[in-house]
Design a protein around this ligand. Structure first.
Ligand code: AMP
Ligand code: MG
Length: 330
C-alpha cells in the first residue's frame, strides 16, 4: 500500500474542471485518444466488428471479486449496471464471429482498493470475443494488439511521452508465461503467505508485476478463483483455460480472459457450485440451451492501459472524470 492523502484527492476530484486544463492532462488525454484509435484500427484490421455495449440488464457479471454491483429501479424491476458485458459478448460472437465493444462498467470496489492506485469504481473495458477460438489464440492476439498500440503511441505521441517523462519499450514476443501455480510459488518465495486455489491478492499482484521488465501472462487459474463462465479444461479438472496479462514495473493486471463455458449443463453446474441462483440468469440459460458457439475473449481496461502508457502513479489521473472507490465526486 502506498501513502495517499485522501482529503487532498477529494479536493482534486471536486476541482477537476480546473485540473483538466493543465498541460499534463492534455498530454494524457492525447495519448488516450491515440490508444483508442489504435485499438480500433488494429481490431478492424483483424476482422472484428464493433458493437454497442449494453449499460444495464437484469443480471451482470458476478465474477468481480470483492466489488458490489450497482442496482437501479427499472420500471419497478431491480436491474444492474453492467460490471462487464461477458454474458452479451457470447451472444454477439455467436452471431458475428469476432466482436468488440468499448464498454462502460460500474463496480463498487471496496474503499480500501483506493490505495492500490489501479482501481476505479467506473471504468471502461475494450471487451472482445471470438467464436471458435482457443485461449492461446487470444493470448497471441493480445500480444500483437498491445505491441501495435505501443508502437503507435511511440510514433504518434513522442512529444507527449517525452513531456510526461515516459519511455516505452516494445517487448519481444512471445511474452513470458507463468501458470497460476508457478506465480503462487514465486510469490511465496518472495514472502507472501498465499494458498493455491485463490485469486492473487492486490499487494501480491503489484509485487509480482514489479519483478518483471516486460508484460507477462499468468495462465490456468484454479476453478475456485473465477466466475462460472471461464472454461474448465476437460483434460485437467479444476484448472481453467484462462489468463491474465500483467504489465511490468508494478502496474499490475492489464487483461483478463479465457475460453468460455457454453454448454447448458456445465454452466448450470458451475452456477450452482458458486451459489448463484440460475433463475436470475433465465434468458442466458435459455440461450445456452438453444445452443451457442464456443468462444474465447478478453477485456483490457482502458484507464489501466493509459496509466501504463503514460507512466502515471495513479489510475485516476488516466481518466478525464474519475470515480474512485469510496469517494463520491462529480
Ligand atoms: P476483469 O474481468 O475483472 O478482470 O476486468 C477486466 C479488465 O478491466 C481488467 O483486466 C482491468 O484491466 C480492468 N479493470 C477491472 N476492474 C477495474 C477497476 N476497478 N478499475 C479499473 N480497471 C479495472
Ligand atoms: Mg481480472
Amino acid at each position: 500500500m502506498m501513502t495517499l492523502d485522501v482529503e487532498e484527492l477529494r479536493r482534486r476530484l471536486w476541482r477537476r474542471y480546473r485540473e483538466i486544463r493543465e498541460p499534463w492532462m492534455r498530454w494524457m488525454l492525447r495519448i488516450q485518444d491515440e490508444a483508442l484509435s489504435a485499438l480500433r484500427d488494429f481490431l478492424r484490421g483483424e476482422g472484428f466488428i464493433e458493437i454497442l455495449a449494453p449499460i444495464i440488464g437484469p443480471v451482470t457479471d458476478p465474477g468481480i471479486r470483492g466489488a458490489k454491483q450497482v442496482s437501479i429501479d427499472y420500471y419497478g424491476e431491480r436491474f444492474k449496471a453492467m460490471s462487464s458485458i461477458i454474458l452479451y459478448k457470447q451472444m454477439a460472437a455467436t452471431a458475428l464471429g469476432k466482436v468488440f465493444a468499448l464498454s462502460p462498467n460500474l463496480r463498487l470496489e471496496p474503499p480500501e482498493t483506493l490505495h492500490t492506485g489501479r482501481h476505479l469504481a467506473e471504468f471502461r473495458q475494450l471487451d472482445l470475443e471470438v467464436a471458435e477460438a482457443k485461449y492461446l489464440d487470444l493470448m497471441e492476439l493480445g500480444e500483437r494488439m498491445l505491441i501495435y498500440v505501443l508502437r503507435r503511441i511511440r510514433r504518434e505521441c513522442a512529444e507527449e511521452l517525452e513531456k510526461l517523462g515516459r519511455e516505452l519499450r516494445i517487448p519481444p514476443r512471445p511474452f513470458r508465461r507463468l501458470t497460476h501455480a508457478e506465480a503462487v510459488e514465486l510469490l511465496r518465495e518472495e514472502g507472501f503467505n498465499l494458498k493455491h486455489g485463490e485469486e492473487i491478492p492486490w499487494d501480491a499482484e503489484k509485487h509480482i508485476s514489479s519483478l518483471f521488465q516486460e508484460p507477462f501472462w499468468i495462465i490456468d487459474y484454479p476453478i475456485t478463483a473465477r466466475g462460472f463462465y471461464d472454461r474448465e479444461d476437460p483434460d485437467r479438472p479444476g484448472i481453467l483455460r484462462d489468463f491474465d496479462l500483467l504489465y511490468p514495473e508494478g502496474y499490475g493486471e492489464a487483461i483478463s480472459g479465457g475460453e468460455r463455458e457454453y454448454e447448458y449443463e456445465r454452466v448450470l453446474a458451475r452456477m450452482k457450485a458458486r451459489g448463484e441462483n440460475p433463475e436470475d440468469y433465465s434468458w442466458y440459460l435459455e440461450m445456452l440451451r438453444e445452443g451457442i458457439k464456443p468462444s474465447a475473449g478478453f477485456g483490457i481496461g482502458v484507464e489501466r492501459l493509459t496509466r501504463y502508457l503514460c507512466g502515471l502513479k495513479y489510475i485516476w489521473d488516466a481518466v478525464p472524470f474519475p470515480k474512485v472507490p469510496g469517494i463520491p465526486s462529480p
